[in-house]
Design a protein. Structure first.
Length: 316
């Protein structure tokens, strides 16, 4: 992953936590591969040790109700305890109006790893106390907000399959069998994309599997779009133009080797937005690892939308 200089990122000023602040603590209890009740208790205590008033929230509906209640005082920070999808859901509800501190508790935690957000409680407490905020872009997939990526096609079909059968915590192994099943039975409906490029011009293309990235990283540390950065006002759209068992196997092999962006049958565009339509049947969509409905859909970028609490980087 290319390293960023301090001039490449957008920050707000450091804000020290005070004893009069309220922190909403959103806990996704089924995030990750095992129960983390002890961590949840430690986080509650950590907020109290910082002199903050923790208000625990356990469901999207509860969060929406509190956020939309005019009598409810808005929090100073929201701590998201879960994975990438949990933080993206919170961002969608709050419209980037309150800083979000991600405590990584999901299966992959791609964004937290990219931003070097700690899981160690001492380091996390220091990060939360200093409140150094980085403004990053977000994406929109229809009416859903995403922070990492959106996809349509083969991989999104797997996500739909796994979540439809989910019963509690997920591990990476839950995706292994469905992946092999999809390799054998996925029908590869065609996808048509009408893309608004970075310079405002438009281009059209077709394929059978497509991604839109806000950051370069993907599950298991794969980099599909190495030039993607989360504060450039653009999405990096990758289109896989071949279909079938052997082509998909080759794509997966290239992902494992880190060479996917070098393939001649993979198109990469830096874009402001894209209209994605199906030429056959509706095609599954996913955002940040969660099901996100079906085509047709419009993708767009929301520049500098999301304030995330991050560790303050050392000067180089």
């Amino acid at each position: 992953m290319p390293k960023e200089s301090d001039a490449d990122v957008t920050f707000t000023e450091t804000r020290q936590a005070t004893a009069t602040e309220t922190a909403w603590l959103f806990i996704n209890r089924i995030a990750g591969s095992f129960d983390k009740s002890q961590s949840h208790m430690r986080l509650r205590a950590l907020l109290e040790e910082l002199g903050m008033l923790p208000v625990e929230i356990n469901s999207p509906d509860q969060l929406k109700g509190m956020w939309n209640d005019p009598a409810q005082v808005r929090p100073d920070v929201i701590v998201s305890v879960g994975g990438d999808g949990t933080a993206a859901m919170i961002a969608g509800v709050t419209s980037g109006e309150v800083p979000i501190a991600i405590y990584p508790a999901g299966t992959e935690n791609v964004l937290a790893k990219y931003l070097q957000i700690p899981t160690d409680f001492t380091a996390f407490s220091k990060m939360l106390s200093k409140r150094f905020v980085r403004q990053i872009d977000a994406g929109k997939c229809g009416d859903r907000t995403f922070m990492l990526m959106a996809s349509v096609g083969f991989e999104a079909e797997i996500v739909h399959h796994v979540h439809a059968r989910r019963n509690g915590h997920l591990t990476k192994f839950h995706y292994v069998r469905p992946t092999f099943q999809m390799l054998a039975q996925y029908e590869y409906p065609r996808i048509q994309l009408d893309i608004e490029l970075a310079d405002g011009t438009r281009t059209q293309t077709e394929g059978y599997w497509a991604f839109a990235f806000n950051v370069p990283r993907y599950a298991l540390g794969f980099e599909v779009a190495p030039k993607a950065t989360p504060d450039d006002g653009l999405l990096d759209i990758c289109v896989f133009t071949r279909k079938g068992f052997w082509s998909t196997g080759a794509y997966i092999t290239s992902l494992l080797s880190g060479s996917i962006s070098e393939r001649s049958d993979v198109q990469i565009f830096q874009a402001r937005s894209a209209e994605i339509t199906s030429l056959d049947a509706p095609i599954p969509l996913q955002t940040d690892g969660d099901p996100a409905g079906f085509t047709d859909v419009r993708l767009a970028v929301l520049p500098n939308y999301l304030p995330l609490v991050v560790p303050k980087r050392k000067a180089r």
